[in-house]
Design a protein around this ligand. Structure first.
Ligand code: IMP
Ligand code: MG
Length: 372
């Protein structure tokens, strides 16, 4: 889950799918326990917000029941100040019935008041109200709410049926309003020899970003024998891969150290989809996000040439053997393909032509960065 932008507002992950389903299930069980076995209740969902909640609730209710939906519409009365609520879609005769209202959220209680006013005249046997979410800090009424799924703080939420200006209902999780992100964070990718390090240095200066190179972070932690460094070293000494969690915790520490940065350039991380998800979740908690993955694209043959050239003078053994170089590319391509798909799915992948002078390539990256 990462930050969600709906029109002018940003929302951060707040309640995940698992917690929502557990809450819905718990509500359905409570309602069921309170009803006599032979009672056939009629659930009435208040549209639009309740449609997902009602659908899931009903599936957790294992007794005979009826389901109906209504919409509360305001219409102007005869005088312009008079705002009267009416129910749309209420065709059933409710005389003598047990009616259970399903609400997605109760905020000030204004809507709930209208519901009580309207159902008072329907000659029901009993009227009960079940709401998935409730904001106790703003509720202003002395009205009973029989079942509450979860009490939440007084902040605007969207998702799972709830909307902001009609948007956001389709998300299976709940998101909470958050201030506009302050940072611009990118993941920088490029095959060996593409000039990633050089470009990262320019970008860092131009935009006052903090460059986090996973390699450097590892070396720093191991050299300074930090707790995480020692842990990482233990795995490495045994020839094992350092678990994602250790790597992520090192990066988190690095991000937290630079909380005032305009943004971060993540370099060499994430490498797997699960790392990308962990990074998204970590930034989202802070109300921040990855704005884009910028990948330098350079034809392989050109890179091989460059690296072989570099090998002649640098003496780096891995730069002198063409087969080894090609092997590194294969590894790179396999890894990036996964991440490209991941960021593509969020429309955050930007491929940059990496052939040209250093300045030209910096300009190309900057043009993309400015739009993020
Ligand atoms: P109330 O009448 O103040 O209790 O508000 C109830 C209605 O306001 C709900 O049925 C929603 O349509 C809307 N609402 C209140 N709080 C939220 C929220 O946090 N997100 C989305 N809609 C909300
Ligand atoms: Mg509603």
């Amino acid at each position: 889950m990462s930050i969600l932008k709906l029109q002018d507002l940003h929302f951060k992950p707040y309640i995940n799918k698992e917690e929502i389903s557990a809450t819905v299930k718990f509500l359905a069980q409570q309602v069921q326990e309170d009803l006599p076995k032979d009672e056939i209740p009629i659930f009435i969902g208040i549209l639009n917000g309740c449609f997902l909640f009602a659908a899931d609730f009903i599936r957790e209710f294992n007794q005979n029941c009826e389901v109906s939906f209504v919409k509360l519409a305001s219409y102007q009365g005869t005088s312009s100040t008079e705002n009267v609520k009416q129910l749309l879609g209420m065709n059933e005769d409710l005389t003598g019935r047990t009616v259970i209202i399903l609400e997605d959220i109760i905020d000030t209680g204004g809507t709930l008041q209208e519901i009580y006013n309207i159902f008072r005249h329907k000659n029901v046997k009993q009227l009960k109200v079940a709401t998935l979410f409730f904001k106790p800090d703003v509720f202003r009424k002395e009205l009973p709410i029989d079942y509450i799924g979860k009490s939440i703080e007084d902040k605007f939420i969207v998702g799972y049926g709830l909307d902001y200006n009609g948007l956001g209902r389709n998300y299976p999780e709940i998101y909470q309003l958050t201030p506009t992100p302050k940072m611009k964070n990118i993941v920088l990718f490029g095959p060996p020899g593409a000039g990633k390090g050089t470009q990262a240095n320019f970008l860092k200066e131009m935009y006052n970003l903090v460059h986090i190179s996973t390699g450097d972070v590892f070396r720093f932690n191991i050299k300074n024998q930090t707790e995480l460094g020692l842990l990482a070293k233990k795995y490495m000494d045994e020839g094992d891969l350092v678990p994602d969690e250790v790597t992520i915790n090192m990066l988190k520490a690095e991000v937290d150290k630079n909380a005032d940065a305009n943004g971060f350039i993540f370099d060499g991380f994430p490498r797997t989809e699960s790392q990308a998800m962990a990074l998204d979740a970590f930034l989202a908690e802070k109300g921040e996000q990855i704005n884009g993955m910028i990948a330098l694209e350079v034809p392989e043959d050109l890179l091989v040439e460059r690296l072989l050239e570099r090998g002649k003078t640098s003496g780096r053994s891995d730069d002198t053997d063409e087969a080894k170089i090609r092997n590194r590319f294969n590894e790179y391509n396999t890894k990036t393909a996964i991440l490209k798909d991941y960021f593509d799915a969020q429309t955050k992948y930007y491929g940059i032509n990496g052939v040209g002078s250093i300045e030209e390539i910096t300009q190309r990256i900057a043009r993309v960065f400015d739009t993020l």
